[in-house]
Design a protein around this ligand. Structure first.
Ligand SMILES: O=C(O)CCC(=O)C(=O)O
Ligand SMILES: [Fe+2]
Length: 284
């Protein structure tokens, strides 16, 4: 499976997963979600997915072109699926990897985006890209800004559009284009995840099946001082965040980014206080 990408189990030591990720730019973790979590997550997103229109108009034609017209999107997942907001968002392998890859460049990392990308039959391969280019204004070279994951909510195959990765490309010159032989399909069973860096070239593959939707869940984390792709406070407002465990609240962005120890300052205060503490004290 997926020659070229090192594969781990969900009980692997985060140190080893992070080391392989930093070396190759991507890794697969098999069985990241337990069968029960996978079942619940799929059940919780069924209704929002049924409402999603693959022909939706996007913010801008370039984004529309990037996703095509055969993909159903459900974002703002932390308020739509409790299993997402707890079991996946706070998964020890994902946070263990972020501790090692993102924490060196921030005081705390946060969720960037939780987004189901359900690629329908006939979807074309996405443009090969680096996710970190959404933060194009950060001068390069820069530390790793983002850790991304794509969790298979159904089996991912080359035929149905498994995510395609270019191992090693996180260290390439920005203008180098991969040969076909340098691209690896992240074929994996439902419940497994491919984890990759914001600097790694990748793309959603073409879905050449007549009738299989490739239901994948993009979950990414970013250094806590950077603007997130989704406006997570609006996607998961206090009324919903209050019902979640503190670890989820912190990752959604309710905790201040406290860089005082590094001779920096606070980001994300509310009335000079830490929103996650206000929530704990029943004041938010
Ligand atoms: O759908 C996929 O497999 C990848 C999606 C992706 O890379 C993106 O939306 O940035
Ligand atoms: Fe991407």
């Amino acid at each position: 499976m997926a020659a070229g990408l090192e594969t781990f189990n969900a009980d692997a030591a985060p140190d080893q997963v992070a080391q392989a990720l930093l070396e190759h730019g991507g890794v697969i973790v098999e069985g990241l979600l337990s069968e029960e979590s996978l079942r619940r997550l799929n059940e919780e997103v069924e209704a929002p997915l049924a409402d999603a229109d693959p022909g939706m108009s996007h913010l801008n034609p370039a984004v529309g072109f990037f996703f095509g017209k055969r993909t159903r999107h459900v974002a703002g997942l932390a308020s739509k699926s409790r299993t997402f907001a707890t079991d996946l968002l706070c998964h020890p392998v994902l946070t263990g990897v972020c501790d090692r890859v993102l924490l060196p460049a921030c005081a705390r990392y946060q969720m960037n985006l939780g987004h189901i990308i359900d690629r329908g039959p006939g979807s074309e391969q996405q443009l090969i890209h680096r996710d970190e280019l959404v933060w194009v204004h950060v001068p390069r070279p820069h530390p790793e800004l983002q850790v991304a994951s794509m969790t298979a909510l159904v089996d991912f195959t080359s035929q149905n559009g498994a995510t395609r990765l270019v191992p090693g490309s996180h260290r390439w010159e920005y203008d180098r284009t991969p040969e076909d032989s340098e691209i690896v399909d992240a074929e994996m069973a439902a419940g497994s995840s491919v984890i990759y860096l914001g600097s790694t070239l990748h793309a959603g593959g073409a879905n050449e099946t007549p009738d299989v939707w490739r239901r994948g869940l993009h979950l990414s984390y970013v250094v806590g001082w950077l603007r997130t792709e989704e406006n997570n406070y609006l996607a998961t407002p206090p009324g919903v965040a209050r019902t979640l465990p503190r670890a989820s609240q912190e990752l959604i962005g309710y905790a201040v980014h406290d860089a005082i120890e590094d001779a920096g300052g606070y980001l994300g205060m509310l009335g000079m206080r830490d929103p996650v503490e206000l929530m704990r004290d029943g004041e938010l």
